[in-house]
Structures are given as structure tokens and as C-alpha cells.
Design a protein around this ligand. Structure first.
Ligand code: MG
Length: 336
């Protein structure tokens, strides 16, 4: 198998502001694994919260030598990868899965025994901004997406004003993500008011490591609480099981589809709801995650819809519902 890769700069349609900061571009890496007539595609989406950069991913890939020539030995090949960039390992894992499913002539979901009709609706995420601007973007998004996720931050009045404006302007179902921005007291003040506005769950209200805070908050919260930032791999989930109602699983955080599958199984074993979500990625990374989505209660797989220069097409969206490609492998094609 021959490995090649190229950096790619993704341009966000609208500058994307969340509690962690704002960005206008993202710097990913596309990976190709070629095996005779087949080419598997993968993508790495490094993010600063994980202390990974595009250069780190490229440095990791430059040092990789894949053992043997059998992509079907996924466990052995992936276990042989050195520790380091999770995004780079995710890219290799995605490319191997694409290659294997192409060689078997089946879409990836079928390799896992999943029913594409069980793929959930994806939410569409709206970054933080002035109330009028977010209301306008929400009204446009709600024409296509029945579930909207609003990013909120520590400004309580502005957060409530955003949710109130979007609840009035659309009939979409609403989720919110505070990206670690609130204290327990803020969360205790805000969540009942968000519940009154029709919000269905709150993602990562507190700091990443504040599990004691979550244990105080959860019994008092009228809404389910989801953890995102503290959940990377399967081993992170058991300690969260008595703190939250659900977890957000991302292929880039897990370091690949295989670990994401394990994380979903561990979450289920602890009775947790599962959301499959994403970074800002092209259709390569998003389609890979979408093939897992029939296993999830919720999907937030809109990262490719936030950029203006996606070089590929893959998973579709029909009134919010994810439509998995039927072609072998990921089913991703260069955009015509
Ligand atoms: Mg989140």
C-alpha cells in the first residue's frame, strides 16, 4: 500500500465563533492509500483544543510505515501505528476502511451490518454572533434542517437572547452547546430557562474536567446533559457515566472509525445516549462518520456544509436526514 497526503485549507462560509474562539479557515490533511487499482481516502482535521496542527499531522504521516500489504488486517495495521496525532491516525483508519469496503464492493455501513434507513437527522450548527444575524442564519437553515444546534458562551443574557430569537423565528428543534463556558451556578440559572424555550439538551455546559460540577448539576437539570470535550476514546466514557446522559463521539477525537465504534459500544453499555459529531471537515471525513450514524441517537454532521470549498461529494442531506452513499467504500467522489 502506498501512502500519500496533501494539506488542504478549508474556507468557512461564515466565520465560526464558539466559546473556545473564532476561525475563518481550517487546515486539514487529505490522505490517500493506494493498493493496486483501489485508492482509499481519509482526512485529518486537527484542532487547537487537542494541541494538533496540520504540520503535526504531516510530520506524523511522514514517519509512518504501514506493515504488510493487507488492508484487511485492520487491527494489526492500526495497532502498529505509533502514538501521536489522533487526527492523523483517524485519516489512516478512514482510508483503510474505504479501501477494504471498496475491495469487498460494499458501502462501508454494510460492512458493519448497519441499515442506512436508521441514519438520524443531522443538526445544523450556528456559531455565536449578533442576535439579528444568528436569527437570520437560523431562519435560512431551518428551511433545510429540522434540528438546529446553537453555540452559546458565558454571556448569559446574550445566550438567552439568541435562543429566544431562534425559537421565535423558526419551528426547528433546538439543542445548545456551551463548549465548557459555564460555571455550575450559571448552568443552574440558564438550563431551566433554556428548557422553557424548548431546548432539548445541553452539550458540555462546564469545564472539561469538572466532573464534580456535573454531578451537582445533573440531578437539578431539567434537560439531559451531553459531554463532548472530555470524551475522546472509549476509555474516557466509564468515568462520565454517572455525570451525564449522553456523549458526543467524533472520529477525529477517537483517532479513527474503529475506536469510535468501540466508544459507541462502551457508551451503550453504560446506558448513555450517543451523538456522532464532527470537526470542520470535507465530505471525506463527514461521510466516514455518517456511515456510523445508524448506531447513534443524534448526529451533528454538518462540518462539510460550513465550508465553501469542499473538493468532494459524499453523504447527502434530505430535509435534515443523512442519506448514505450506495457506492462501495465511503462512496465519496471528487466534486464535478
Ligand atoms: Mg460540542
Amino acid at each position: 500500500m502506498d501512502l500519500s497526503y496533501e494539506p488542504i485549507t478549508l474556507r468557512l462560509e461564515t466565520p465560526f465563533r464558539i466559546a473556545h474562539g473564532v476561525s475563518e479557515t481550517r487546515h486539514n490533511v487529505l490522505v490517500r492509500l493506494t493498493d493496486g487499482p483501489w485508492t482509499g481516502l481519509g482526512e485529518a482535521a486537527p484542532v487547537r483544543q487537542h494541541h494538533e496542527t496540520q504540520a503535526d499531522v504531516q510530520a506524523y504521516l511522514a514517519g509512518v510505515s504501514l506493515p504488510g500489504d493487507d488492508p484487511f488486517q485492520l487491527e494489526t495495521v492500526l495497532a502498529s501505528l505509533p502514538a501521536g496525532s489522533r487526527a492523523a491516525r483517524a485519516a489512516l483508519d478512514i482510508a483503510l476502511h474505504d479501501l477494504v469496503a471498496q475491495r469487498l464492493g460494499v458501502p462501508l455501513y454494510r460492512l458493519w451490518g448497519l441499515d442506512p434507513a436508521c441514519a438520524p437527522c443531522t443538526s445544523f450548527t450556528l456559531g455565536i454572533g449578533p442576535v439579528d444575524e444568528v436569527r437570520q442564519r437560523a431562519a435560512e437553515a431551518a428551511e433545510q434542517f429540522p434540528i438546529l444546534k446553537l453555540k452559546l458562551d458565558a454571556d448569559e443574557d446574550h445566550s438567552l437572547a439568541l435562543v429566544r430569537a431562534v425559537a421565535r423565528a423558526t419551528s426547528a428543534r433546538l439543542l445548545v452547546d456551551a463548549n465548557c463556558a459555564w460555571t455550575v451556578d450559571q448552568a443552574l440559572r440558564l438550563i431551566p430557562r433554556l428548557a422553557d424555550l424548548g431546548v432539548e439538551f445541553v452539550e458540555q455546559p462546564l469545564a472539561e474536567d469538572d466532573l464534580d460540577g456535573l454531578r451537582r448539576l445533573r440531578p437539578a437539570s431539567p434537560l439531559p446533559i451531553f459531554a463532548d470535550e472530555p470524551v475522546r476514546a472509549a476509555a474516557d466514557i466509564p468515568r462520565l457515566a454517572d455525570c451525564v446522559d449522553g456523549v458526543s463521539i467524533k472520529v477525529m477525537k477517537a483517532g479513527g472509525l474503529r475506536e469510535a465504534l468501540r466508544a459507541i459500544a462502551v457508551a451503550r453499555a453504560h446506558g448513555l445516549q450517543v451523538m456522532v459529531s464532527c470537526m470542520v471537515e470535507t465530505s471525506v471525513g463527514i461521510t466516514a462518520a455518517a456511515h456510523l450514524s445508524p448506531l447513534a441517537d443524534w448526529a451533528d454532521l454538518d462540518g462539510h456544509l460550513l465550508i465553501s470549498n469542499d473538493p468532494y461529494t459524499g453523504v447527502g442531506v434530505d430535509r435534515g436526514r443523512l442519506v448514505l452513499p450506495q457506492d462501495p467504500g465511503l462512496g465519496v467522489e471528487p466534486r464535478p
